[in-house]
Design a protein around this ligand. Sequence first.
Ligand code: BV8
Ligand code: ZN
Length: 239
Amino acid sequence: MLQSVIDVIATADYMVALTGAGISKESNVPTFRGEDGLWRNYDAMELATPDAFRRDPSLVWEWYAWRQGLIANCNPNPAHLTLVKWEQEGILKSLITQNVDGLHIRAGSTIVYEVHGDLWALKCVSCDYKGRLDVPAEGIPPCPKCDNNLRPDVVWFGESLDRDTISNVYQELEKADVCLVIGTSSFVQPAASFPLIVKQSGGLIIEVNIERTPLTSAVDYHLSGKAGEILPQLDLLLS
Ligand code: BV8
Ligand code: ZN
């Protein structure tokens, strides 16, 4: 099976990757739904919403500041680095990530679509101010333009994804003949349906995950194991 995956990757015209929290697990970034997905017994789903922020902005900011502190000490792992190498070798044409940890960009990937935003990015709840933190937030950052609350510039549940990013992503998916799906529970929409767009136009799906997911029954190849081990292994066999 590994050999046929190698052949698919080696002969792909336009391979794109879709990644989730699992690709950052070996960088010690907690995943969303695994055993480490909880914070002070809150479920991420309860906190990553506009209602939670309206109700208790300081609690939500405490959660984001905690994650920023965590991620500031995390580094890209061999899975991120393999995708950088494949972009440089022209094997990987673009990278669509649900992660907000910024590790793909820190690893050196340049064609990256962060469909759920960026943990360090800020936007104002009322004016058009946008900014960035380079250290974890302390309390609720105030808007320098209008003094209202700043919020993390990420996509919360119930919020739509950025229009331009999404139209670029759909263009990539239409061009793709192979979709490499790495470390996602394929649960959150609309990202979970991205690989199916590639399949619908006759493309192939390769899934790398430590467990089966709702996508597994639709994939052409399911490689079971850790992304940080499987991706470098595939790269070795490719060269
Ligand atoms: C929207 C940013 C509508 C915040 C996140 C049907 C259609 C459309 C929408 C919906 C729908 N049904 C329900 C919805 C609503 C909702 C949704 O999908 N709910 C789910 C729970 C059912 N979707 C939305 O609200 C989206 N918005 O659709 O808007 C709309 C349309 C028009 C106008 C207005 C509104 C917005 C969703 C974005 C939410 N934001 N994050 C933040 O991060 O703080 S999502 C969050 O989950 C993260 O981004 C995360 O990346 C993402 C997905 O999770 P995963 O990345 O998959 O991580 P997870 O922990 O779940 O899984 C880890 C996987 O890795 C596991 O499979 C594990 O086995 C594997 N793994 C672990 N270790 C390893 C490994 N694999 C390999 N190696 C390892 N070592
Ligand atoms: Zn403002």
